[in-house]
Design a binder for this molecule. Structure first.
Ligand code: TXA
Ligand code: MG
Length: 316
């Protein structure tokens, strides 16, 4: 066990990174759990604290374009266009890895995911670290990604050196992951930068069909993810039957019998639904909800990412 320091100071948190420790920090998507990308002992601590399988690669977080050359060995033309339009923001690009980056960070792959967060605290923190920071989401492996510092503490208190406190994250779902190492960009994980937005910049952009296959290009896709303890059931319409008092409901429309649920959240938009989903899952777990009904949404725009997370929570 270590004592986990809570701080609001990006520079205090950065000092832990410089001393080879691991730090949870806010970004606009979800909280990340960071280490100095060039320090293998520190990277190992991330895998240990999360219980993360060693074959699941980490994303390198940078604060400005000058750090790109420290982590990659070249930027393909399509990637340059996407960087121009979407960095900083909730987009991770898979690029050829720089040989100086330890293979432990990329789980042995010769590619690396790179992202430049937009959140102001994340940027202050990364600037103070003065090195690129590798970070997965700051949850225990298999649990929903944390969207508040309290959720990070629930999972990782005593296992990590520091939590940099920020607000609830703006987007609430993890970044869009786009592979830029083949002849056209391929979305490996949907997120807040949508297929529609990416296609405006590069019309050939495609969504990977690999989800669920045995050796997917994005190793993270084969693991159970985003899952609350409760059973998740997808429902196209607001629940018609009367549920038990151990059920919860989240969706865009009100359910027929709201009072029969232990917890109900009606969201005004797909954006709000995405923002609240993981937090809702975690609140349901605290209250020992057994079944969570999630209303399905149309798979366009941010709806593609939201449905991806809900389906993964439902099917494991
Ligand atoms: O929004 C986010 O992306 C958050 C914040 C903290 O930046 N991070 C995050 O990291 O969600 P993580 O580790 O939970 O998810 C990273 C995903 C995994 O599915 C992983 O397999 C994939 O990105 N990935 C990372 N590096 C890769 C690579 N070189 N090739 C293919 N997939 C990669
Ligand atoms: Mg994760």
């Amino acid at each position: 066990m270590v004592k986990t320091k809570l701080t609001q100071s990006p520079s205090i948190a950065a000092r832990f990174i410089q001393h080879g420790e691991i730090v949870a920090f806010p970004t606009e998507t979800v909280y990340g759990l960071g280490a100095n990308i060039f320090n293998e002992a520190a990277i190992k601590k991330i895998f240990l604290a999360k219980g993360r399988p060693a074959d699941n690669p980490l994303i390198a977080h940078i604060c400005d374009a000058s750090q790109l050359e420290q982590v990659t060995s070249g930027i393909p033309a399509d990637a340059a266009k996407l960087i121009e339009v979407f960095f900083p923001g909730p987009l991770t690009l898979i690029l050829p890895k720089n040989e100086k980056v330890p293979l432990m960070a990329t789980a042995g792959l010769n590619t690396i995911g790179v992202r430049m967060p937009k959140d102001s605290i994340a940027r202050q923190f990364l600037r103070a670290c003065a090195v690129p920071v590798v970070a997965p989401s700051a949850n225990l492996s298999g649990r929903p990604s944390p969207t508040t510092w309290q959720a990070v503490r629930t999972d990782l208190d005593g296992l990590i050196s520091c939590i940099l406190k920020g607000d609830q994250t703006k987007v609430g779902l993890e970044s869009t992951v786009v592979d830029c190492t083949s002849d056209k960009p391929i979305i490996l994980r949907a997120g807040a930068v949508t297929l529609e937005q990416l296609s405006k910049v590069i019309p050939e952009t495609e969504v990977s069909t690999e989800a669920g296959v045995v050796a997917p290009k994005s190793p993270g896709m084969k693991y159970r993810h985003y899952a609350p303890r409760a059973k998740v059931i997808l429902t196209p319409f607001p629940q018609y039957t009367v549920p038990s008092d151990t059920s919860a409901y989240i969706g865009l429309d009100a359910p027929f019998h709201p009072a029969a649920f232990k917890r109900v959240l009606i969201c005004k938009s797909v954006e709000e639904y995405a923002h609240e989903l993981f937090h809702f899952f975690r609140e349901c777990d605290k209250e020992e909800v057994e079944t969570i009904y999630c209303q399905t949404v149309s798979e366009e725009g941010l709806g593609l990412a939201l449905m991806d997370r809900i389906k993964k929570a439902a099917h494991g």
